[in-house]
Design a protein around this ligand. Sequence first.
Ligand SMILES: [Zn+2]
Length: 367
Amino acid sequence: MRRMAGVFLAGALLALGSTSAALAVAPDPAQVAQVFARQTQAITARAHLIYKPAVTDPPFEGNVTVFEQRMGLVVVDAGGSPPSGEAIVAEIRKISPKPVRYLIYTHYHGDHNLGAGALRRAWPDLVIISTLKTRENMTGEPMAFVKTYAQSYSDMADAGARAAANPKLPDAVRAGWGRIAKAGPGLVAGYTGMQVYPADLTFTDRLWIPDDEAPLEVMFLGRGNTDGDAVVWAPKQRLLAAGDLVVSPIPYAAQTYPGEWIATLKKLEAFDFAYLVPGHGALQTDRAYIDKLITALQTVRDQVGPLARANVPLDEVRKRVDLKAMKSGFTGDDPWLAFLMDAVFTNDLISNAYKEARGEAVIQGAG
Ligand SMILES: [Zn+2]
């Protein structure tokens, strides 16, 4: 077992795969179009959401928001693979014939930006924007996972095929692994030839993209999901694109800063939004999910903090905490969602809350 350095949503799942020299799962290009397909939802005037259906099945890739300004389009995030980028370009062309002028990355995780090449080819003049931190992460070690992406998905699909045949696992968990195994050849084919497109233009606090009908404010509100999350506020649409500060139906906690994350989420709640586009998952129209997420973060901090400060070892802390109620608030009684919840949220959040309580650093891109 190895801990995957990548910090996209699949990261913790990939840790379950075995490392082998050759691809255990052969790529199947014929599956790619279906596996990476996108759909579009009109949100309100001049704003659309492009999303990946079946959000809790792979590929675990982020939402894309498209704003229509007078002179062109502004796109938030770009999908997580070359074929996702192609699918997103096709969806954008259905929304408007205007060119994409700006592409904003919410953060550096590959599931939000590795489709950018297709947008750049379609609109060569587009300017890519991110926080300075996100650019640093995309040009540094945190992005190194791109080199082993196809291998990692091959490992995951291979592990999935074995788990799907394991009679000791609950039916819903076997079925979930079965969906990963089935998509495996398409995933391996899609996650090849990856190229990183770091931002052309960076900011540290705030950047305006003016327009009469859809002005946009791009902001860094504090650390949370990463050390450089950007959120995009459209005051006329009352729409907030939150990136992976908000991921649903299962939140994501890889290299997060629990205490600062809570403070940043409270800043999001202070916006007078009518629509919130999470990094993954369905469009939100109220604060209920953010409230639930804040409560979950606080619950983990409250339980882990005193134990961490008393020098209880991390493995022992994991045994002593009682997070059943918190977890079932997200997963209901679905065993597959419960598995995902531990894999991409609870386990990492405990580690990060432990480090936070002991004054240790959370390192972006660390396994
Ligand atoms: Zn993501």
